[in-house]
Design a protein around this ligand. Structure first.
Ligand SMILES: Cc1cc2nc3c(=O)[nH]c(=O)nc-3n(C[C@H](O)[C@H](O)[C@H](O)COP(=O)(O)OP(=O)(O)OC[C@H]3O[C@@H](n4cnc5c(N)ncnc54)[C@H](O)[C@@H]3O)c2cc1C
Length: 355
């Protein structure tokens, strides 16, 4: 217990901080490996450093939902961002799904695209979901309300650790260096000096792909670390859930794998304050709720894994992709607000285009 359900990618990339590189990417999750993918396609010379191993962070610990949009439903997103921006966000995340899967074609990343379902926790959410279905339809998306839940047939699911492993596995030898923890970033003149303990690297450009951990390195980047918790059951012989499912305004979610295991996560809405910070251990307080949900789905199911990961939340509710203020040649590609599998591939692409 305490370890995620997903097995870490088999390939390992031991290495050290290079003395020099054109571009240094910090963080080996879905953002870092997506950045490396896009940089390699444009023939940039880049190195990725990761303090532990690739997919060590949230990218190896999440539910693997590939959902369009942000955690808020479409109607709420329209209210927060405006109609045009909400539509753009949904289009980008839809494209993220297509392009990310295309990028690893030929590798099994557990991808299925059967859609997703969102249940209402009560009358208020039901009204918002019904409104979302109408707005989505009017804006040309396939989503619909079926009387009890909002269905989005273009959503899907993956094994997130396998996805990170597949992107990493396509990079050239030496491009990833695991076991390198960056301790300081100091832009000076045309280059950036980056240190990992006693080692030093001069980089033309540095990109932070450290998501929930970013403010440990650069407190001036406003990303709040928030914990999310999950459990997994052993394989069940019967189907207890037909689609990756979301509920309670995105705070609660579950899915069943083809192999029968049930993954349940969230319930942060029952204890918001205790879930802020960098502690990545599961707690009894939240796990009891996940146990109760599993019991409702199958009274005899046994829990095999309990774990937690750190997400990164921004003030705007949208990812940060751009220069870090006051730090020449330092960029951030982080702050995915609990939806990095749905956003990071395209966010990384846009950042690389910007650079
Ligand atoms: C339980 C849970 C469930 C979730 N479910 C979903 C879901 O179903 N769908 C979805 O889209 N999103 C989900 N998310 C969110 C998603 O996992 C994240 O948004 C996404 O993984 C962020 O990816 P990342 O690469 O930006 O960050 P991470 O995967 O956290 O990677 C950051 C990496 O940076 C490394 N690092 C940090 N500091 C340093 C340093 N100083 N030097 C070197 N390396 C460093 C870390 O070790 C880490 O590996 C979930 C998150 C959690 C925790």
């Amino acid at each position: 217990m305490g370890a995620a359900f997903w097995t870490a990618p088999a390939e390992t990339y031991a290495g050290s901080l290079p003395d020099r590189t054109d571009i240094l990417v910090i963080g080996g999750g879905i953002a870092g490996t997506s950045l490396m993918h896009h940089l390699a396609r444009r023939r940039f010379s880049a190195v990725l450093v990761e303090s532990e191993h690739i997919a060590f962070g949230a990218s190896g610990r999440n539910a693997g939902f590939l959902l369009a949009g942000v955690a808020d439903c479409y109607a709420e997103a329209v209210r927060i961002f405006g109609r045009e921006k909400a539509r753009e966000v949904w289009h980008i995340t839809d494209e993220n799904h297509d392009r990310m899967i295309e990028a690893v074609a030929g590798t099994d990343v557990g991808h299925r695209r059967l859609g997703s379902a969102t249940f209402a926790s009560g009358e208020e959410e039901r009204a918002r979901l019904e409104e979302s279905a109408q707005l989505l339809h009017d804006d040309g998306f396939e989503a619909r309300w079926d009387g009890t839940r909002l269905l989005n047939p273009r959503d899907g699911e993956i094994n997130p650790a396998a996805m990170v492993g597949a992107l990493a596995g396509r990079l050239k030898s030496g491009a990833i260096r695991e076991g390198v923890r960056i301790t300081s970033i100091d832009p000076a003149g045309e280059e950036v000096t980056v240190r990992a303990g006693e080692s030093k690297c001069r980089a033309g450009v540095v990109i932070l792909a450290t998501n929930g951990y970013t403010s440990l390195l650069l407190p001036e980047v406003k990303i709040q670390p928030i914990r999310a918790q999950m459990l997994a059951s052993g394989p069940l012989s019967r189907s207890v859930c037909d689609l990756p499912t979301y509920s309670h305004f995105g705070y609660r979610y579950w899915r069943q794998l083809v192999s029968g295991e049930v993954l349940i996560g969230g319930w942060r809405d029952t204890s918001m304050e205790s879930e802020v910070g960098y502690d990545d251990q599961p707690t009894d307080q939240i796990q009891e709720h996940l146990d109760r949900k599993l019991g409702e789905m199958d009274g005899r199911a046994e829990v095999t894994h309990r774990w937690a990961g750190i997400m990164g939340f921004t003030e705007t509710g949208l990812p940060l992709a751009g220069p870090v203020e006051g730090m020449r040649n330092v960029y951030a590609c982080a702050g995915f607000n609990g939806h990095g599998m749905g956003f990071a591939f395209m966010t990384a692409m846009k950042l690389v285009e910007m650079i």
